[in-house]
Write a protein that binds this ligand. Structure first.
Ligand code: PLP
Length: 287
């Protein structure tokens, strides 16, 4: 396996970064997770746009323009002879000294990893997930915007730990007013009386690329689709609940905080949108 690192391709076992890299010392950097389906990079422009916007927000200079980075990503896929893959693009502040100040980091590092897709178990899609809401809160948009996909994912990791402790598959994050925002690395949708709702991103959710693709599909198929705030109560009494993200695609939720959602099975609209999503990405091996 070949990794793009330091401007060249290196073997996986030689792909190492400095212990002085501020990405390592402080989580100072940004990243993207992207899927390749049958040789096509899904929504590459959207992912690159988000990566460059994340970098702009934290004053991190990506040493390649979008065309160059596109070429690097495509070359990484080719070099690894992959057809269907998961790609991780990481841009770290680069090596500096032990102080926080990024001024002393003059060499931002760009890393591209492409791996064969590790698919989630089929049963998970058939049965649906059990999730719980957790005490950890999404960071406030006025401090570090949730739109910045930074390397500092401790909030999300705490959420995952809480989910593990509670013995559930995934967790729901609330904002500091108690509105539901998203999962640890996925967006949430609920369906009530045939209307599909997802939280507006200003509440504190990442504007997921899969989220937007699902919203487009919902409009295309004539569903009533709304961005509106909702609470845990609304989730408990929903007809259907599902999560979306690059890694999970679309997955049903059948239990939230011990409450069974409707009949405890993946809902009709969820299943329809999942199938339509798979048609769009032309994948057939996922479930
Ligand atoms: N929310 C968070 C916090 C994420 O890290 C991700 C993953 O990228 C998502 C939501 C889903 O976004 P996307 O569909 O762009 O992968």
């Amino acid at each position: 396996q070949w990794i793009f690192l330091g401007g060249e391709f290196v073997k996986k076992e030689n792909a190492v970064i400095s212990v002085y890299d501020h990405g390592f010392l402080y989580g100072d950097g940004v990243f993207e997770g992207i899927r390749v389906y049958s040789g096509n990079v899904f929504k590459l422009n959207e992912h690159l746009q988000r990566l460059y916007e994340s970098a702009q927000s934290i004053m991190l200079n990506i040493p390649y323009d979008k065309e160059e980075l596109t070429r690097i990503i495509v070359d990484t896929i080719r070099k690894n002879k992959l057809d269907t893959a998961y790609i991780r693009v990481v841009v770290s502040r680069g090596p500096g000294n032990l102080g926080l100040d990024p001024t002393f980091c003059s060499n931002p590092q760009v890393i591209v990893i492409a791996e064969a897709l590790a698919l989630f178990p089929k049963e998970l899609y058939q049965k649906g997930l059990r999730v719980g809401s957790v005490a950890s809160r999404r960071n406030r948009p006025d401090v570090l915007s949730p739109q910045v996909k930074s390397l500092n994912y401790l909030n999300n990791i705490l959420v995952k730990l809480e989910a593990n402790q509670a013995g559930v598959d995934e967790a729901l994050m609330l904002n500091d007013q108690g509105y539901v925002t998203e999962g640890s690395a996925d967006n949430i949708f609920i369906v009530k009386n045939n209307v599909i709702y997802t939280p507006p991103v200003y509440l504190g959710a990442l504007e997921g690329i899969t989220r937007n693709a699902i919203m487009d599909l919902a409009y295309k198929h004539g569903y009533d689709m709304k961005e509106a705030p909702f609470t845990r109560h609304d989730v408990y009494v929903a007809d259907e609940v599902f999560l979306t993200g690059t890694a999970v695609e679309v997955i049903a939720v059948v239990e939230v905080d011990g409450r069974q959602i409707h009949d405890g099975k993946p809902g009709k609209i969820t299943t329809h949108l999942l199938n339509e999503f798979r048609k769009v990405v032309r994948t057939d091996g996922v479930a």
